[in-house]
Design a protein around this ligand. Structure first.
Ligand code: HAM
Length: 425
């Protein structure tokens, strides 16, 4: 019997792990500069949290949730995104009582039952930031500036920031009416799903992926025209803040996002270098969600980046060297006594921070040294009975093919002298 990873999932290993860790280091470092603190929430939550938070009429809730077979009394679902869990945690842990804003970030797997393709998986990973406690447009700009700086620090090129405003509850009602009139007069050209969306939540028609529907949507009225004075001013303030930080953007009134919780600002960072799934980051303001989760009315804004899509760009744009840490020393051994010494010395060196490899396959000395070459060992020694008796080994510099006789008992000191700070990298 052989097994395969489930469809839409991937193993991450080898050199890719090196890339992922480098990117994660960048995310964490940038968050530190912006005083954004990590939060780790459960991988599953009460199903109702996503139904109410993400929205009953969204594709995520209607088609894509991994809801687990009931164990006990509550229905739970693997998180399809990170915002709802972070909002629930903000309320449950009374973070609103802390000095505001509360700035949180997460790096988490997320699960959506979607048709897998390049850049779209059923288990994927998100880096997300959520800022709670402010209604001001400067906070939207701060969230966007974090995403912008992350992409900049990774070195990603040719990415476009698109922004839009969906307005507050009243503007949304007004826009829904205008949109319904427009969709109503084109209803026959839409897919069956959209016909249903038209009844329940016309805004969702705007993110339909069906080609025919997309053609209809192209002529849909702009949401910006339905904004009231206050929401327009908020959007203008956001633009002013972005200009002030030198963050380029384009206004795209077709950006509506696929989740129901957004109010006012929505934004996406889009690349055209990774195929049809080019949105590497999406986010926006969601001022009603904390209230929906039973907390006090609280302004909130955030975003999430798809890390698989980021990795596609890191690789295609050749942004990070994949070479892992070289082995500092390979300790070869002859015979049982030689092996025991190699193991004891190796363990001591490893405890001192030196990267050591030795033979655990009982290979010949020749095969051991061939392996030492393959794994890019910087130095090598071979320990046998004789070396133990005389306390003397040949320390070979593998890159320069030079040998020096040194005392086995001072191998650590000799290595430190030669490795310098190299072993700390
Ligand atoms: P989202 O647009 O659904 O927003 O997802 C954010 C990002 O996750 C997408 O832009 C994409 O890069 C990545 N992503 C989504 N689905 C998949 C998939 N099936 N495979 C690979 N990558 C995927 C949210 O999730 C919101 N929670 C963002 C947010 C945070 N809004 C406010 N705060």
């Amino acid at each position: 019997m052989t097994f395969k990873a489930p469809r839409g999932t991937k193993d991450i290993f080898g050199e890719d792990i090196f890339l992922w860790r480098k990117v994660e280091d960048i995310l964490r470092n940038v968050c530190e500069k912006f005083r954004v603190f990590e939060i780790r929430t459960p991988v599953f939550e009460q199903t109702e949290l996503f139904q109410r938070g993400v929205g009953e009429t969204t594709d995520i809730v209607t088609k894509e949730m991994y809801t687990l077979e009931k164990k006990g009394s509550e229905s739970v679902t693997l998180k399809p995104e990170g915002t709802a869990g972070a909002a629930r945690a903000f309320v449950e842990n009374s973070m609103y009582a802390d000095p505001q804003p509360t700035k949180l970030y997460y790096i988490t797997p997320a699960f959506r039952y979607e048709r897998p393709q390049a850049g779209r998986q059923r288990q994927f990973h998100q880096f997300g930031v959520e800022i709670f406690g402010s209604y001001d447009a400067s906070c939207d700009a701060e969230a966007i500036s974090i995403a912008y700086e992350v992409l900049n620090q990774i070195g990603i090129k040719n990415i476009e920031l698109k922004i839009n405003s969906l307005g507050g509850n009243e503007c949304r009602k007004k826009y829904n009416k205008t949109l319904k009139e427009f969709i109503g007069s084109n209803i026959e050209r839409l897919c069956d799903d959209c016909k249903e969306r038209f009844e329940k939540n016309p805004l969702r028609v705007l993110d339909c992926k069906n080609e025919n529907c997309k053609k209809v949507i192209d002529d849909a009225p702009s949401v910006i025209e339905s904004l009231d004075e206050e929401c327009l001013a908020h959007f203008e303030a956001l633009k002013k803040n972005l200009d002030n930080m030198g963050i380029p953007y384009i206004v795209d009134s077709k950006i509506v996002r696929g989740l129901d919780y957004y109010t006012r600002t929505v934004f996406e960072f889009v690349s055209n270098e990774i195929g049809s799934q080019g949105t590497v980051c999406g986010g926006g303001r969601y001022d009603n969600l904390i209230g929906e989760c039973g907390g006090p009315k609280t302004g909130a804004v955030g975003f999430a980046m798809g890390l698989e899509r980021i990795m596609m760009l890191v690789k295609s744009q050749g942004l990070i060297e994949t070479k892992g840490k070289d082995v500092d020393i390979y300790i070869g051994s002859i015979g049982d006594e030689g092996f025991l010494k190699a193991q004891a010395v190796g363990f001591e060196l490893r405890k001192s921070g030196i990267c050591v490899e030795y033979d655990t396959l009982k290979r010949s000395v020749k095969a051991q040294l061939k392996y030492a070459n393959k794994i890019n060992a910087k130095f090598s020694v071979v320990i046998g009975e004789n070396e133990i008796k005389t306390d003397c080994v040949n320390l070979k510099n593998m890159t320069e093919s030079k040998q020096e006789e040194i005392k086995l008992s001072s191998l650590k000191e000799e290595l430190f002298k030669r490795l310098g700070s190299a072993s700390e990298n």
